[in-house]
Design a protein around this ligand. Structure first.
Ligand SMILES: [Zn+2]
Length: 211
């Protein structure tokens, strides 16, 4: 089977039935003929909405990294916790492997994914560089599970619960931006629909070649 023919097939996520892709109208969806699950949809505002959300998520990520997550008060001794202090402690204690993993999972991957997504959608919007767009799509599909800011936040919450016993905790700006960030992270990165982005890619770059 040729590669182009493979591109015309789509598999149902739920029952794994193979379907031939057909062109659908704007703002409609294609359902599985077997189990009725939505296989793909064609949303007209997909790129614009996702672009706006990606920008907001990136700004929130930067805010979260720059400000204090919380201030801990143990018997009058104040200590601010932010991302920078966290890395200083981790690397200072000699946990280099943990530090590098943390750096990748909560800083480098999320930032890289968001920047790639913004770049991809901007290029798509201007109908430019089809090759780069395709590469970026594949890259994001491979790496989007490696953004682990959510797990990091849960571990902060767990340590907060432990600290409550003997310390006073004041929540910082980053704590609140973190909550917003997680909501957006779920909407933008975790729920990203590659099928929809792929359809958009095809409708922008491949249509003219077929004619
Ligand atoms: Zn199905």
């Amino acid at each position: 089977m040729k590669k182009d023919e493979l591109d015309m097939l789509v598999i149902c996520k739920k029952c794994h039935t193979l379907h031939q892709k057909i062109e659908i109208h704007k703002d409609t969806k294609a359902l599985c003929s077997y189990c009725n699950t939505v296989i793909y949809r064609y949303t007209s505002h997909l790129s614009r909405n996702t672009l706006a959300l990606s920008f907001t998520t990136l700004i929130l990520l930067i805010v979260t990294f720059l400000f204090d997550i919380m201030t801990i008060n143990i018997n009058g001794v104040y200590k601010s916790l932010n991302l920078e202090s966290l890395f200083i402690v981790v690397f200072g204690q000699g946990y280099y492997l943990v530090g590098i993993m943390l750096l990748f999972l909560i800083v480098i991957f999320p930032v890289a994914i968001l920047i790639s997504l913004i770049l991809l959608l901007t290029l798509m919007h201007h109908k430019k560089s089809g090759y780069t767009v395709k590469r970026l799509l594949i890259l994001i599909a491979k790496f989007h599970h490696w953004s682990m800011v959510d797990i990091f936040f849960i571990s902060i919450l767990v340590s907060m619960v432990k600290l409550f016993a003997y310390a006073q905790i004041e929540l910082g700006v980053s704590f609140f931006s973190f909550i917003l960030l997680l909501i957006l992270d779920i909407i933008v990165i975790k729920k990203i629909s590659f099928n929809e982005l792929w359809i958009l890619y095809e409708s922008i770059y491949l249509k003219d070649n077929k004619k």
